[in-house]
Design a protein around this ligand. Structure first.
Ligand SMILES: *[C@@H]1O[C@H](CO)[C@@H](O)[C@H](O)[C@H]1NC(C)=O
Ligand SMILES: *[C@@H]1O[C@H](CO)[C@@H](O)[C@H](O)[C@H]1NC(C)=O
Ligand SMILES: *[C@@H]1O[C@H](CO)[C@@H](O)[C@H](O)[C@H]1NC(C)=O
Length: 486
């Protein structure tokens, strides 16, 4: 037991010995039939938004046991509400990525046909191995959730349920509130999560259809979970603006990418001008897809070393930075409706507790995208580097905070936990909040503490809570072109 620095609350720290015991017992008592020897590659942590959850931060994500090193509040405090924002699990490539991959595959097959005539009987090289490697993604899979993605959700659900047993109780099952983006992968993720919770609460009962569940099926709400599609200013100034991603384009033709291009062309024995940064990136992602989806190491991984991995990771981060992060204010401002929605839930729970009423929605689960989480985390001031990420400061940014693979891998999650605390010394009751990002406590931006008084947190974000209105933020400035028409 330790007293948290500067906080009036006790926090639990698992001592090393207890941790070792816990790990041992989880090995001996629990079997994880789905857990195979996990293929870990030197490249695994450079896949940005295509990083597996377990490669990002949480090495034991295959486990259904919660982490042992969490500093959760206890004793005087009871969790009364949990609001979680969850990215869908592992998914297939999109149709666009598959088309580019096919283009690359065709190129290699054409090259091999040519080479065979030139030097028949030559040894097998990487280019030939790649030409033979099956291209198993068809257009119809277009970004859908894969089985591994369902597993990501099941395991996350079970870990959260055992971390907060009083919230994920059988009595609360009917009061679960699930909201999702309309995208198939998100709907499927929310259903997998819900099903896992059902089996957790009612292990003896058969799994009903979600439509028959007491809490009802997850509700689709794109205004909330895909706010970026509903923000006119974001669409015109960023999404559909050819120059908004200037740094991404400049980096693609910059020296770091050119070096990789030349190297890959030499490895594959194709002309440099038959390749471009987009094709290189899709080749790199194919390594990530084969790994995340099939659990296999594809020969595409052998095309790149870790230095290439870092450059390609930067390319991915640059795009996220300018399109979803600090690059433009509208990226994060467009998420303030979602931010306010989260606080409305927390406010309501606080009000209900103050009136000694039961909390009507103890668990709220919101399923979205990396594009949902990144703007919100930026709005809250997280992972902000001193200097912007540009096409020209790759080296200076090597230790940057903004690494999308660590922040928003598949199944990434931001959890707000509201606690009701009754202090023995002072009869006054109070409300505290903790935030967890990917099942690790996220220190609060205003204090760096692991816990905050709810009022202090609201006060810190007062401007966003009171003065950010998406309808205003997302409005385009009126252009008066009357004079042009004359
Ligand atoms: C597109 O982005 C550039 C760079 O940020 C900006 O200067 C320009 O005003 C934007 N165009 C539109 C139509 O918003
Ligand atoms: C400007 O004028 C064009 C042609 O008259 C019109 O179609 C367009 O909607 C106007 N744009 C704005 C922003 O008012
Ligand atoms: C638009 O511009 C014209 C000419 O500059 C001006 O006369 C008119 O009042 C303006 N309209 C509005 C709505 O601002």
């Amino acid at each position: 037991m330790l007293r948290g620095p500067g906080s009036r609350l006790r926090v639990t720290v698992a001592p090393a010995a207890a941790l070792a015991v816990a790990l041992l017992s989880s090995v001996s008592h629990c079997s994880h039939p789905e857990q195979k020897d996990r293929e870990v590659l030197p490249l695994s942590s450079y896949f940005g938004t295509k990083t597996r959850y377990e490669d990002a931060i949480y090495k034991d994500a295959h486990s259904e046991e919660p982490r042992q090193d969490l500093y959760l509040l206890e004793e005087a405090c009871t969790p009364v509400q949990l609001v979680a924002l969850i990215r869908h699990g592992t998914r297939y490539p999109t149709a666009k990525q598959i088309r580019k991959l096919r283009q690359l595959h065709d190129l290699l097959q054409a090259r091999r046909a040519g080479n065979n005539r030139a030097d028949a009987g030559g040894g097998r090289d990487l280019g030939a191995a790649l030409a033979d490697w099956p291209l198993w993604y068809e257009d119809w899979v277009d970004g859908q959730l894969v089985e591994k993605g369902r597993q990501d959700m099941r395991q996350l659900a079970l870990r959260l349920a055992s971390l907060f047993p009083t919230l994920f109780s059988r009595e609360n099952y009917g009061r679960l509130q699930l909201v999702t983006s309309s995208k198939h992968r998100c709907v499927e993720s929310s259903v997998a999560f819900l099903n896992a919770l059902w089996q957790h609460c009612y292990p003896e009962l058969p799994l009903p259809d979600v439509k028959e569940m007491e809490c009802g099926p997850p509700r689709i709400n794109d205004k909330l979970m895909r706010f970026f599609d509903h923000c006119e200013k974001f669409s015109s100034e960023v999404e559909n603006n050819d120059t908004a991603l200037y740094h991404v384009e400049a980096f693609k033709t910059g020296p770091e990418m050119q070096d990789i291009l030349k190297k890959v062309a030499a490895t594959l024995q194709v002309p440099v001008n038959s390749l471009n940064a987009d094709l290189i990136q899709v080749a790199f992602f194919t390594c990530s897809f084969d790994l995340a989806i099939k659990g296999v190491k594809s020969p595409w991984c052998d095309v790149f070393d870790t230095d290439d991995g870092k450059v390609l990771e930067y390319l991915n981060d640059l795009k996220q930075y300018w399109k979803r992060g600090y690059g433009y204010a509208i990226n994060s401002r467009s998420s303030c409706g979602l931010f306010q929605d989260i606080f409305q839930h927390l406010d309501k729970a606080v009000e209900q507790k103050k009136r000694s009423q039961p909390v009507s929605s103890p668990v709220i689960l919101q399923f979205g995208h990396a594009e949902t989480l990144l703007p919100l985390l930026s709005l809250m001031g997280y992972f902000k580097d001193k200097e912007p990420l540009t096409a020209y400061n790759y080296k200076e940014q090597i230790n940057r905070k903004f690494r999308s693979g660590l922040i928003v891998p598949y199944a990434s999650n931001l959890v707000f936990v509201l606690y009701h605390c009754k202090n023995a010394q002072t009869p006054k009751e109070e409300f505290q909040v903790q935030m967890l990002l990917n099942e690790k406590v996220l220190p609060l931006a205003h204090s760096q503490e692991t816990v905050s008084l709810y009022e202090d947190l609201k006060n810190h974000y007062k401007d966003i809570l009171q003065s950010c209105h998406t309808s205003q933020e997302c409005k385009l400035p009126k252009v008066n072109n009357t004079s042009d028409e004359l």
